[in-house]
Design a protein around this ligand. Structure first.
Ligand code: 4AD
Ligand code: MG
Length: 480
């Protein structure tokens, strides 16, 4: 018998047929007449009921069908009366593929905290919650590719190892083959990178944007979707040292085209998840609701997970400039809260997450596209506005998440760009190849970056970014 997936058994009417299932035991209930095994194979959140008659299946085999064990069942599909599903399988034979000693297996059937599960990340995908999260994550990744493919964008693979710091924030992991502790040095005492594999200093990429721009200057509309790395020491529920970023880059787009694309794209992938992950989202919505219910009533979210997702898909995002946002923040909180207060004194400060949350969750109660930030808090490549103070930046802020997208129209004018690089102490020699796109066939262009895990966080209703990537990399955490 060929193996059938549980998802297939549930979707197709196989009653009367003999099939083979393989999967992991979630629970087993036994009395002297019969054993019921709840089996999961990851194809769906639903556990399938296996009915085992002790007259047919040997005692020692049944005993080994404990939580966590991997088993193979052959039997016939019959109508089910009790299991809450339309069918179940009557086992004719069970083979133990892999035992799981009940004394040692850590995932016994009870409620485990997410903190505990994080410590056993190598096993946590076997729980309902993480199974659902990773199926939704997959669907979102697929939707990203589908969206861009359908629009005629080309997927570009940008390098992981690079010599450039695209964001200029100095948050890079260095890559070197030189011996740690005692690297070769030049006569003046500096590390001699000439003896390194790449014969120069390199790092893990913080963004594929600069290479993406090169590709857009040839293929018009491209996107990247790859791992990016930030050595920022922020221990928050929104930051990872290794995260996946989607970065579309488009020739002939201005700032407004860029905003339109970003809004359409975000809505598309969320809608895709709503349409293709119904069961998992229903489960995750209940999980999120249970978590909300542990909070004081006045701090609970107004909308449930599914309502929140639908709301985002169905409503226009708010668009306003940084300067307009500052005005709102000033008026919103006349001198009551210190954290808001400093904005009143200094136009030009970066928004803190409190400010972003206030705008999105309290004031507008909608996703917000914030544009035209002060140039001094943004990267060198953003297009300078006529006012001499701001750049054509956009950040998209989501409820419960904060910044989910960062992007801009790019500075395509060579002189303006090199002048800005000088002001920010970025040596032209290091980016000669980037500047070549401004020398040869330059054109207005724009792009943005979506932090994929922040999107997965939003759609799954999980509350910690460590719980939406299989093996999170955060400060001090690289075990597996
Ligand atoms: O705002 P960022 O730093 O922008 C860029 O890297 C641009 N080069 C993007 C572009 O225009 N092509 O990062 C973009 C997004 C953020 O909005 C956030 O969603 C996510 O990447 N992000 C992180 N996600 C998880 N952990 C971190 N440490 C993140 N840093 C940024
Ligand atoms: Mg940003």
């Amino acid at each position: 018998n060929k193996r059938v997936k549980i998802k297939t058994v549930l979707e197709q009417n196989l009653i009367g047929q003999e099939i083979t299932l393989m999967g992991w035991v979630r629970t087993k209930r036994s009395n002297k007449n019969v054993s019921f095994i709840a089996l999961n194979d990851g194809s769906t959140i639903t556990n399938y009921q296996v009915v085992a008659d002790p007259n047919v299946i040997a005692d020692d085999i049944l005993k080994k069908c404990s939580t966590g064990a991997c088993i193979k069942i052959t039997g016939s599909v019959v109508e089910s009366l009790g299991s809450g599903q339309s069918s179940e399988i009557n086992a004719q034979s069970i083979e133990i593929l892999g035992e799981a000693d009940p004394e040692k297996y850590p995932l016994q059937p009870k409620k485990h905290s997410l903190e505990f599960l994080r410590e056993i990340a190598h096993l946590r995908m076997r729980t309902n919650t993480f199974g659902a999260v990773f199926r939704v994550r997959h669907a979102l990744a697929f939707a990203v590719h589908k969206y861009f493919n359908d629009k005629g964008f080309f997927y570009i693979h940008t390098p992981i190892i690079t010599a450039s710091d695209a964001e200029g924030a100095g948050e890079m992991f260095h890559v070197t083959t030189l011996p740690i502790g005692n690297p070769p040095r030049t006569e003046d005492g500096k590390v001699d990178y000439k003896q390194d594999f790449f014969e120069r200093e390199t790092n893990l990429t913080v963004s594929g944007q600069l290479e993406g721009e090169l590709a857009a200057m040839a293929l018009s509309e491209i996107y990247t979707f790859g791992p990016t790395f930030r050595a920022e020491n922020s221990n928050t529920t929104r930051h990872l040292a290794e995260f996946w970023m989607i970065e579309p880059e488009m020739a002939f787009y201005d700032a407004e085209d860029n905003q339109n694309l970003a809004e359409d794209f975000l809505k598309y992938v969320i809608r895709y998840a709503l349409e293709h992950c119904e069961e998992d989202l229903k489960f995750l919505a209940q999980r999120a609701q249970d978590e909300e219910n542990t909070k004081p009533a006045d701090q609970r979210a107004e909308l449930g997970l599914i309502e929140k997702l639908k709301f985002v898909v169905e409503n226009d995002f708010v668009r306003l400039t940084y300067t307009e946002a500052i005005d709102i923040l000033r008026n919103s909180n006349p001198n009551k809260k210190k954290k808001f207060q400093y904005l009143i004194e200094s136009w030009g400060a970066d928004l803190q997450s409190e400010h972003e949350r206030y705008l999105v969750e309290k004031h507008f109660k909608k996703p917000v596209i914030l544009t035209d930030y002060p140039k001094d808090i943004k990267a060198f490549y953003m297009r300078q506005n006529e006012d001499g103070k701001t750049v054509a930046a956009m950040d998209i802020l989501f409820p419960g998440i904060g910044e989910i997208v960062g992007g801009s129209q790019r500075e395509e004018r060579l002189e303006k760009l090199t002048q800005r690089m000088q002001e920010m102490n970025i040596p032209e020699e290091e980016l000669w190849w980037y500047l070549d796109t401004r020398r040869f066939g330059a054109t207005p262009h724009a792009g943005f970056g979506l932090g994929f895990e922040r999107m997965v966080l939003f759609v799954t209703g999980m509350s910690n970014i460590r719980d939406v990537i299989a093996f999170p990399r955060t400060p001090g955490n690289a075990e597996f």
